[in-house]
Design a protein around this ligand. Sequence first.
Ligand SMILES: O=C([O-])CC(=O)C(=O)O
Ligand SMILES: [Mg+2]
Length: 219
Amino acid sequence: MQTERLAQFSKFGKKIICIARNYLDHAKELGNAVPSEPVFFLKPTTAYLQPGAGAIKIPPGCSNLHFEVELGVVIGKPGSNIPESTALDFVGGYTLAIDMTARDLQEKAKKKGHPWSIAKGFDTSCPVGHFIAKDVIKDPSNVHLWLRVNEESQLRQDGNTSDMIFKIPTIISYISSFMTLEEGDLILTGTPSGVGPVKSGDVITAGLAELAEIKVPVE
Ligand SMILES: O=C([O-])CC(=O)C(=O)O
Ligand SMILES: [Mg+2]
């Protein structure tokens, strides 16, 4: 049964494709230009940190590790050159994901024009929640995304997918014009503002409205 197979998306290891700068406030907070078409990068599947599977491990040489809470879209069937009009048919479900980023290593790479592979793709850089069946999220372009550090009363990230610059159909259509999407691929749709650093001993709690919540320690 497809739902059972998709529920294992983070174990059968397909692509993790991440959209960058998809929220105006986040592009601004890091001083980045607002993109005129989607910008994306990849994480290896070894970046997955399964729910409850332990801690985020700070990569070597990183002293500024940032969290980025994001809505993850799990692809349900293969496709390439997918038109926007049918793109949502390729969505198999959703998940909550954190795009952990070694911000200092990313800044260094940006300055040199180097790829972001280490900054974004180190082991444990993609903590995920459980699979959320497609019909549970009726409107993926209106979902509350939030993130808290430790027991702080103030949320660090408190956004809504309604603020995405490029919506899910555009993202799927654009990616699939270059790369065939496969069942079990995960697309991270970008982070809202409020990204910031965590250190060893912190605990990140993040959620998608009341639909999903994950608690991940940093080590
Ligand atoms: O590192 C960044 O700011 C790009 C990114 O992943 C995002 O916007 O979600
Ligand atoms: Mg991100």
